[in-house]
Design a protein around this ligand. Structure first.
Ligand SMILES: Cc1ncc(COP(=O)(O)O)c(C=O)c1O
Length: 415
């Protein structure tokens, strides 16, 4: 693995997932590479093993050279997203005036919840889902109601209908926190499914908040539909940033986008929320949406190849593990229930990202591969693991080979 780093002078035609060696990655100080000892291959938290996209690195370098490190100003970020959304997703009535910059997607979600729900109101989520949906909602004093995904891992209108009814019974102003593309399953919701959501939400008086952080990461063969382009979604909100697709989680800045009938709510967002995003974050995210398209296309090709490689590796080394080919994200949701590993849940609330149990603990102990444990994603997650395949084919191959060998040498039934 590993070839020379890309030229800082322009885009490269190489797969960004093949440009950093394991030795280089181990020098990183972010949580992915520091949570576990150096013999562990980390395929857990949603960070990617890529260098910065050249247009993003250039924009940051320019800011550093100028000492342009003051407070953020203006609407360049929203304008760049609006242009990107029109080009990629045919979203032509994106209104820059209906956006607000927030520190990150999760903080934006919490602030929108404060605008459209009251303490103790219910927030519906489709489990299994990104674990902070539980922790952040409950820490904001709202209660979570689950509408589990169907067996095909898609949203289940009957479960949503029932959850919305319950949510309505619990309080005056319920909300639905949707994840599209869905983390951890990689499902991308279709327009007809989103129309069902809008119809159900209108019927029950539920406000929809759509977390679309993974939207640029929809893989070849699938099209992303922004929720705010769906009829009936006019009073909803979307949360979007360049953080996942360009690996910018450490450069804080995200956007809340309000539908036309939610803009007045967004106007009530307290001023201090806009003081949280970092100016360098805004610069980086703006450059990503404005000029990061060619790099993103190379990345998507690399991720597409990795999702196929993963299928081949699992068939060879872990044939009893179920793999539902993701349509978006770089996350694979692996059904390990047939391995027979005990899946007892440790005490504690869902949302504790470092909690390990069952198959994830077993793969960490015996294969020295770190995965996310399925049980933290809520109902339906126990017995699963989430594998982050935004890495080089060489690291992915080594990790799955080790996982297979761990089972060969220590079959779970033998303890
Ligand atoms: C669905 C989803 N929402 C939000 C986040 C976190 O985004 P941020 O760091 O902008 O809060 C992630 C990170 O992986 C995610 O997968």
């Amino acid at each position: 693995m590993g070839s020379p780093a890309p030229s800082p002078d322009g885009p490269t035609a190489e797969n960004p997932l093949t440009l950093l060696t394991l030795d280089e990655l181990r020098q990183r100080t972010s949580v992915k590479w520091r949570m576990h000892p150096p013999d562990v291959l980390p395929l857990w938290v949603a960070e990617m093993d890529v260098p910065l996209a050249p247009p993003v690195a250039d924009a940051l370098r320019r800011a550093i050279d100028l000492g342009d490190t003051g407070y953020p100003h203006g609407t360049a970020y929203a304008e760049a997203l609006g242009d990107f959304a029109a080009r990629r997703w045919d979203w032509h009535d994106f209104r820059v005036g209906h956006t607000a910059v927030v520190p990150d997607v999760m903080m934006g979600i919490v602030e929108v919840l404060r605008l459209v729900t009251d303490p103790a109101d219910a927030v519906v989520v489709c489990s299994p889902v990104y674990q902070p949906f539980y922790a952040f909602v409950s820490h904001a004093g709202r209660q979570v109601i689950e509408a589990p995904l169907g067996a095909d891992l898609r949203m289940d209108p009957a479960a949503l209908d029932e959850a919305f009814r319950q949510a309505r019974a619990c309080g005056r102003r319920p909300a639905f926190l949707m994840c599209n593309p869905h983390n951890p399953t990689g499902v991308v919701h279709r327009r007809d499914e989103l129309e069902d959501v809008a119809e159900l939400a209108a019927r029950h008086g539920v406000r929809v908040i759509s977390d679309e952080i993974h939207a640029p990461l929809v893989l070849p063969g699938t099209h992303f539909t922004p929720y705010l382009t769906v009829a009936g979604a006019e009073n909803a909100f979307a949360l979007i940033s360049a953080s996942k697709a360009w690996n910018l989680a450490g450069l804080k800045a995200a956007l809340v986008v309000a539908g036309p009938r939610a803009a007045a709510d967004l106007d009530r967002m307290p001023e201090e929320v806009g003081h949280g995003p970092s100016h360098l974050g805004v610069i980086a995210h703006t450059a990503a949406f404005r000029a990061g398209g060619p790099w993103l296309d190379l990345l998507l090709d690399g991720l597409d190849a990795n999702r196929t490689l993963l299928a081949t590796l699992l068939a060879k080394h872990l044939p009893s593990v179920g793999y539902h080919r993701p349509e978006g994200t770089y996350l694979a949701w692996l059904d390990c229930t047939a391995l027979g590993v005990a899946t007892a849940q440790p005490a504690g609330e869902p949302g504790a990202a470092s909690d390990l149990a069952g198959p994830a603990q077993m793969f960490l102990d015996r294969a020295r591969v770190a995965l996310s444990s399925g049980h933290v994603f809520g109902t339906g997650g126990a017995g699963f693991v989430r594998l982050n395949f935004a890495t080089s084919p060489a690291i992915l191959t080594e990790a799955v080979t080790r996982m297979g060998q761990a089972l060969d040498t220590h079959p779970p039934s033998a303890g």
